[in-house]
Design a binder for this molecule. Structure first.
Ligand code: ADP
Length: 746
């Protein structure tokens, strides 16, 4: 039964307007000295007060019961500035949904009475979808929801069930108070509408011949992990016309089939409850009074167990979604949001409870003594359970201050996942202790002895399927196993190729004197080779189409890329023809910071051939990912010779046997090539500059040898080649413009 205490006797006066802050904001500006002084005093006083009282933002709530509990029972200071326009509140109560961004902006001591994303159960269509998905996997465990179809998408499934079901109840996707609801047998006429169609439960439990349903209040006190409390008191709402199973004559009698207060209160039959001490009369009664009545007919504990079970399962079905919307992952106490949800439950004549809907903004209108008492207590107990008080705020802020100081001093280490888990667990234990002592009229229903892990896990799976997270993970896994499976031979081939290049006398062009640079160059090429597109699959393993589409690879012979079989067939032919045609070259740039440049065989991703050292074999900057020239164009090109040389010098030998298809962008490729040649000549200039710097270096060293002590010699002198267009912000602008080299003292 409802806990009666002194506070219940405090009447509502409905006058909660204007906090001090508010009145000041709207007061007129006055320039007179004493007025100003007064104002300052007031402000100072207000600041002190702010630290003494919590600020409750009530700008977006219409309910006097909420303000009453905040101001009178909890001594909060009410604030009316729209809560999105100010951050100076500790606790916000809004009648509307909250966005993830709002939560993300909140500080750790602030609390708000909604979870972002709760529409996933609060809208009829989403609730239907989520529960249907769970019911597919657990048909018996999730049969507490009348069979539901979301139109128009589920129309074919609905058609298959038409014969089996007598009557359907049709509801708008997101509506309340019975608006737009009707009963029908003819679903064809609404096949293309956007609505929710449900099997009509035609055998409800009746009291005094009237249909009724329960409004149960559930507090979701945390979503990661779930913390669920059930308020022991609630409402039983009765229809006002004696119930008959639906037929053509009565299907439109809303006061017979719907139990909404909003619909029935206007019926002349409606009996209001006017005495809060007599809660078992009228068309709106207390939950406990109806339970008492039902306990004479059935086992109430069993019924309650079923109801709790369906509530927990409903939350399980959307837990991953709520968690993903909870944009405060470092809120270890998991307590910045809470939400009172109205669960509407109908009991059938076999005492089986059915969930009809979940309301995320249940009415807190307290227009009867019964409503006032229940709702006031509900809000009061919620605030107490959520531990919304000044001490908690001050402790949290103190902690934050300390953390900030440590961060400034560089003492704050980043928390590992393990440490975060421990903190979370610790916070949970603390909550557990506190909440068990401040339950009020709530009962904790989750976590509980029974495990709901399989439902949570399945919901997670559904969520990942929906977001595509599972695909990404599978791809990762697949790639990892593919990598393990990668034939030894293939790995060898790569390492031999690359190592071979390094060890060979084919010196790369960067800096022949620095093998370490060469190595890193190759290493980078190597990683590029493997990671660029599909890191694990060899090119020959990729489907032909993918090769063609993704890389648009062509060579100079206007041939198409061939499939693996074809490639084998062409093997011999290719060998013969190879000698006849110019080398194919596929070059891409990959510029690391600074001047490094790598060449990658885009076609084979196999072999990188580094030309012998010669003045011309310096790498050049090629802006395009692949270059292609046809024989014909090569001949037409005035730069043909140098281009071919370039190609030879910087090409990667094509070892794959393939036919290649003609390029549609030959002209562009030609331009690319010419540009490459130009860049090459620029490069030559740079080379000259480089030698200049080397001589400078020598000069500096010589200088150092002079014992006048006026010159500090660098330990190591590094020269780094800059590609022409590459700017180093740290160099003076003049030097940047002139493509100077960067040099550095280590
Ligand atoms: P609303 O949010 O508009 O109140 P509900 O889904 O709660 O919509 O339905 C309104 C009323 O219709 C319920 O209170 C209940 O009496 C009746 N009702 C809803 N669904 C069913 C159903 N499947 N079978 C029988 N009665 C239902």
């Amino acid at each position: 039964m409802l806990k009666q205490n002194e506070e219940n006797e405090i009447p509502f006066n409905g006058e909660f307007e204007d906090s001090e802050e508010e009145s000041e904001e709207f007061s007129e500006e006055d320039s007179e000295d004493d007025e100003l002084q007064n104002k300052r005093k007031k402000k100072r006083k207000q600041l002190v007060n702010n630290n003494k009282r919590l600020i409750m933002n009530v700008s977006d709530t219409q309910y006097a019961a909420v303000k009453f509990v905040g101001k009178i029972l909890n001594k909060f200071k009410l604030q009316y500035t729209p809560y999105l326009e100010t951050q100076v509140w500790d606790f916000c109560w809004t009648d509307n949904a909250v966005l993830p961004e709002t939560l993300a902006r909140m500080q750790s001591h602030q609390r708000i009475n909604h979870f972002p994303g709760m529409y996933c159960i609060a809208r009829k269509n989403y609730l239907g979808k989520n529960l249907n998905k769970m019911a597919k996997q657990f048909p018996e465990e999730f049969d507490f929801y009348p069979k539901t179809w979301m139109l128009p998408s589920d129309i074919s499934d609905l058609r298959q069930n038409i014969g089996k079901i007598k009557y359907f109840i049709v509801k708008p996707e997101a509506s309340c108070q019975g608006r737009g609801i009707f009963l029908t047998k003819q679903v064809e006429s609404i096949a293309s509408e956007h609505c929710v169609v449900q099997r009509y439960l035609h055998k409800p439990l009746l009291i005094d011949g009237l249909k009724f349903d329960f409004r149960m209040y559930v507090l979701l006190a945390g979503c990661d992990p779930l913390r669920i409390y059930l308020f022991k008191e609630g409402l039983a709402r009765f229809a006002t016309q004696p119930y008959q199973q639906p037929n053509q004559m009565n299907a439109e009698e809303m006061c017979m089939h719907l139990t909404n207060y909003a619909i029935n209160k206007d019926n002349p039959n409606f009996v209001f409850n006017t005495d809060e001490k007599q809660l078992d009369v009228g068309h709106k009664r207390s939950l406990s009074s109806v339970f008492k009545l039902l306990s004479e007919q059935t086992n109430i504990d069993e019924l309650m167990a079923k109801i709790k079970d369906l509530i927990i399962k409903t939350f399980c079905s959307v837990q991953p979604f709520l968690q993903s919307n909870y944009t405060q992952p470092d809120n270890y106490a998991n307590n910045m949001c809470f939400e009172i949800l109205g669960f509407d439950i109908l009991i059938d004549n076999a005492y089986k409870p059915y969930l009809l809907e979940v309301n995320h903004t249940p009415s807190f209108t307290a227009d009867t003594p019964l409503d006032a008492m229940i709702k006031k207590n509900l809000i009061r107990d919620t605030i107490a359970l959520m531990n919304i008080n000044l001490k908690v705020k001050n402790d949290l802020q103190q902690l934050q201050k300390e953390q900030m100081q440590r961060r400034v001093l560089g003492k704050k280490p980043k928390l590992s996942n393990e440490e975060k888990k421990t903190l979370k667990l610790q916070a949970q234990i603390e909550r557990e202790q506190y909440e068990s002592q401040h339950l009020g009229n709530f009962e904790k229903i989750y976590p509980c002895d029974k495990s709901y892990d399989e439902y949570l896990q399945h919901a997670q799976k559904i969520y990942e399927e929906w977001t595509g997270a599972n695909i990404r993970r599978n791809v990762k896994k697949e790639n990892a196993t593919e990598r393990d499976k990668l034939p030894q031979q293939r790995q060898l081939q790569h390492s031999i190729t690359i190592q071979g290049s390094i060890d060979s006398n084919n010196k790369p062009s960067m800096d022949p004197a620095k093998p370490s640079i060469r190595k890193s160059l190759y290493k980078h090429v190597h990683s590029k080779v493997f990671s660029n597109i599909n890191p694990q699959k060899s090119m020959t393993e990729l489907p032909q189409q993918q090769q063609a589409i993704e890389y648009k690879l062509q060579d100079g012979n206007d041939n198409e890329i061939a499939s693996e079989d074809q490639q084998n067939n062409f093997k011999q032919q290719e060998k013969i023809e190879r000698s006849k045609r110019p080398p194919s070259f596929y070059v891409m740039k990959s510029v690391k910071q600074g001047s490094e440049l790598q060449l990658v065989d885009l076609f084979n991703y196999k072999r990188i051939s580094i030309p012998e050292t010669s003045p011309q074999s310096q790498p050049i900057m090629l802006q395009q990912q692949s270059l292609q020239i046809s024989q014909q164009q090569q001949q037409q090109s005035p730069n043909f010779k140098s281009a071919t040389q370039l190609a030879r010098h910087f090409s990667i030998r094509k070892t794959n046997k393939s036919k290649l298809k003609p390029s549609e962008s030959d002209q562009e490729a030609k331009k690319d090539l010419i540009q490459a040649v130009n860049q090459y000549s620029q490069f030559q200039q740079q080379q000259q500059q480089q030698s200049f710097f080397q001589s400078q270096q020598q000069h500096l060293q010589n200088q150092q040898q002079q014992p006048n002590g006026s010159f500090v010699k660098p330990k190591v002198f590094n020269l780094k080649l800059q590609p022409p267009h590459f700017k180093i912000p740290s160099l003076p602008i003049l030097m940047q413009q002139q493509n100077y080299y960067k040099f550095r003292y280590d």
